[in-house]
Write a protein that binds this ligand. Sequence first.
Ligand code: GLY
Ligand code: MN
Ligand code: MN
Length: 442
Amino acid sequence: MSTALLSQLYPAHLETLQNRARIALERGGFDHLVIAAGQPRYQFLDDLPYPFQVNPHFKQWLPVTRAPGSWLVITPGHKPRLIYLQPHDYWHVVPEAPAGYWVEHFDIVVVREAAAAAAHLPADPARCAIVGEDTAAVATHCPNNPEAVLNYLHFHRAWKTGYELAMMRVASHLGARAHRAAEAAFRDGASEYAIQMAYLGAARETENELPYSNIVCLNEHGAVLHYTNLERNPPLVSHSLLIDAGASFHGYACDITRTYAGADAAEFRELVDAVDGAQRGFCARVRAGASYPELHVHAHHVLAGILRDHGFIRMSAESAVESGVSSAFFPHGLGHYIGLQVHDVGGFQAAESGGTLARPAGHPYLRLTRTIEAGQVMTIEPGIYFIDLLLAELKQNPAAGDVVWDKVDAFRKYGGVRIEDDVACTAGDPENLTRDAFAALK
Ligand code: GLY
Ligand code: MN
Ligand code: MN
């Protein structure tokens, strides 16, 4: 990503954030939006900090993710102020001096200790919407996280600026490159741990820099939706790899899942290909005005059709969905918003003033219930799994007689299939950040 492009896109991004901040402050009745980067958290009875995670509100304004103790002050009509903590410290890495395309847009004050920030914050905390964790408080400036302000900001965060989309394209590129390396390691018979090492090496990120803990599953481990054990030894035979792994760029995430069949697993490859084809169809439906929960329910019907066509069930797709059979094989939501956080905020929000859009009955894990709009980015991640716990429950379902158990049992050793892309809705055809990134590697 060229610096010239970033400096071109950044002013419009800031203007969007300034406008959102101004309206959010009006809604809450405040004069200043004050955002704490946050403070490291310490392990119980220890002086060891957990890896620092910056407040997502902070990193939306500037590409700075490692500045604990820093603050932003946004006052409508004024240049935003960055209070930047650069301690005199020879034990830890001190944040670098501010540099880059964003610096000229801020009034920057450097402080040498966390408490010194208070002198540069607006004098009256009662006039401030202070966004952050309690632990970030300095003097009388304690985070109050006003609901009216946060509701407005979180609702609008669903729409990405051109600058944010550019960040997410880079994150997707890093993720795609690393997924390629992971696939090659799998083809070489590597363990989950070695696949993870290949992934990290190609992404050039540490585990703490990833947007979430990678899910690297050989064989039946794919049936554990958030499996993170990273077995050190490879299995005797690697029948399948399900890898759900992301990357970060300037605080923005990608979230990518791919599933591969081993050399001995032609029957599983057919299932992977079918889910992949269905997933492309769902991505094509990421269009302005479409209902995400309806797309999720549509996905259940299509996946149930695959279960029938591949001989796992004998019932129609409709009855598989109605009887809950499809949920035994596809037990999570179709996807979620993504951006500053891998599961970005606001997925259930009814309006900019708040409120909740309920999930459809029978779909307790769906994370996005809003109508899709141009400028929003979401994941599309259907799956079909063979999960012992859910299959045992399915055996008690009156529809169990129409499940082909021999076939289902034969697939337990593969764990499951998930294919996940990050898709931006546009005014026309959707932009698939993930598939574009894989295609650019060729
Ligand atoms: N990586 C977690 C998810 O796909 O939502
Ligand atoms: Mn996801
Ligand atoms: Mn994922």
